[in-house]
Structure formats: structure tokens, C-alpha cells
Design a protein around this ligand. Structure first.
Ligand SMILES: Cc1cc2nc3c(=O)[nH]c(=O)nc-3n(C[C@H](O)[C@H](O)[C@H](O)COP(=O)(O)O)c2cc1C
Length: 223
């Protein structure tokens, strides 16, 4: 597999098969991902791998809390406003995902059902809880975390394992702290659901739009 193939074919998986992923496979992925770059080689990341009964307890508690309508209280604030162009893309994604699931935009009950499957981590048998030292300023450390998380997702893809980076997995950090025994001096910043993808599911097959290069690149001099 080439890097190009992994980069362009990796996609967010929103329906997993329940089948367990061998621990050796996850360890191989994480071991290789350590080569990701970081500010001054500080390697600020730390991962808690949730699986089995602790994951099932979290999944149930997360679903229950979301179904009660409790607002998220993440340890890294979620964006609340976007420049128009970005807002448009966000709205587009929502339409595409609901469309792939055959859910009409006005069908609130089915939309709510989808959010509950999200709270249940789309059935993934593993959740990687990505943490940073609480004392660290988040800006550059989040940059580092992004680099290693993408590296993990690409290495997982190479192993036939699907991934979904999930802000929705860390909306109730107290539940994760309890399930995974995460100390208070760690900031829970992101979740990554991992597992074998259901390759037949429409929600894992829709075309993913990307902005054209001209929208994001400005050449100054050269070519
Ligand atoms: C920081 C971050 C948080 C995300 N959180 C969620 C999430 O909570 N739920 C979800 O379904 N997808 C989530 N995603 C996946 C994005 O929607 C996805 O990466 C984007 O639509 C591009 O699609 P692709 O990953 O299939 O290429 C998240 C991605 C990132 C980078």
C-alpha cells in the first residue's frame, strides 16, 4: 500500500462490525505512530485504550446521558461559530451523512437515533482516548495530537482497521474518567473509534467532498 492510497482511501467509519481487534494489532499501530513529529520532540500525547466491559459501560452511560439531553462539557471547547465557507461545508456533511442513512432532514426522531449511534461510537469495539497533560497550553499540543492521530488512522487503515476521530466521544469527560481511570491532571482531548468497518454500509460509502486546491492554496512566485 502506498502512502497516497492510505491518505486518499482512509475515511471516517460510522458503522463498525463488533468483532474484536487483536491487542497486538493495536499495539503495532501505536508503536509505529510514535514516529509522528511533535513540538521539540516533546511527544505530549498519552492514550488510554478502552475495550471490553469498561468500554461497554462507557457506551451505555454515554448513550444514556445524550438521550437525556445533557449538554456536552468537553475539556477542549468545541467551535461555536465558523466563517461562512466552513459553515457551508459542515452543513453539507450533515446532509450527506443523513442522506446516506436514508434520513429526511425533517425527521427529528431518526436524526436523534443517529446521534445515539454516535454516542455508542458506531459500534466500535475499541476507543482510543487521547489525552494531554492538563498543565500544557493546548495550542501546539493539539497540533501535535492531530499529527499522531492522523498517523494512527493511516496505520490502522493499512491493517484493515477503520477509524473515526470523534469529538462526540469526549463530550462527557467524567464518564471516560470513570470508565478508563484517567487522572485529573490529564486533559481528555479527543476520542478515536477503531474497529473493522462494515464495508457494505451506505454510511461508509458516500463520496466525500473536498474543497478544490484553488480555494486553499495561494502560490506566490515559482511555477
Ligand atoms: C477533530 C475531529 C472531530 C470529529 N468528530 C466527529 C464526531 O464526533 N462524529 C463524527 O461522525 N465524525 C467526526 N469527525 C469526522 C469528520 O466528520 C470527518 O473527518 C470529515 O467529515 C471528513 O471525512 P473523512 O474523514 O471521511 O475523510 C471528526 C473529525 C475530526 C478531525
Amino acid at each position: 500500500m502506498t502512502v497516497t492510497e492510505a491518505v486518499t482511501h482512509r475515511r471516517s467509519i460510522r458503522k463498525f462490525k463488533g468483532e474484536a481487534v487483536p491487542r497486538e494489532t493495536v499495539e503495532r499501530i501505536l508503536d509505529r505512530a510514535r514516529w509522528a513529529p511533535s513540538w521539540g520532540n516533546t511527544q505530549p500525547w498519552e492514550f488510554f485504550v478502552l475495550a471490553g466491559p469498561p468500554l461497554e459501560s462507557f457506551r451505555a452511560a454515554n448513550r444514556q446521558r445524550l438521550s437525556r439531553g445533557v449538554p456536552f462539557s468537553p475539556e477542549v471547547p468545541m467551535p461555536e461559530a465558523w466563517p461562512d465557507r466552513l459553515k457551508g461545508r459542515y452543513g453539507e456533511l450533515g446532509k450527506i451523512v443523513l442522506g446516506a442513512l436514508g434520513i429526511e432532514r425533517g425527521d427529528k426522531a431518526s436524526r436523534g437515533g443517529f446521534y445515539l449511534t454516535m454516542a455508542e461510537l458506531f459500534g466500535a469495539p475499541l476507543l482510543l482516548v487521547c489525552c494531554l497533560p492538563r498543565a500544557l497550553r493546548v495550542e501546539y499540543a493539539l497540533f501535535d495530537m492531530g499529527l499522531i492521530v492522523q498517523t494512527i488512522c493511516l496505520l490502522a487503515y493499512e491493517e484493515g482497521i477503520g477509524s473515526c476521530v470523534m469529538a462526540a466521544a469526549v463530550g462527557y469527560p467524567d464518564l471516560l474518567r470513570e470508565a478508563a481511570g484517567i487522572p485529573d491532571d490529564r486533559r481528555i482531548v479527543m476520542g478515536v473509534a477503531l474497529g473493522y468497518p462494515d464495508t457494505e454500509a451506505g454510511v461508509n460509502n458516500f463520496p466525500r467532498p473536498r474543497a478544490p486546491l484553488a480555494e486553499l492554496v495561494t502560490w506566490v512566485g515559482g511555477g
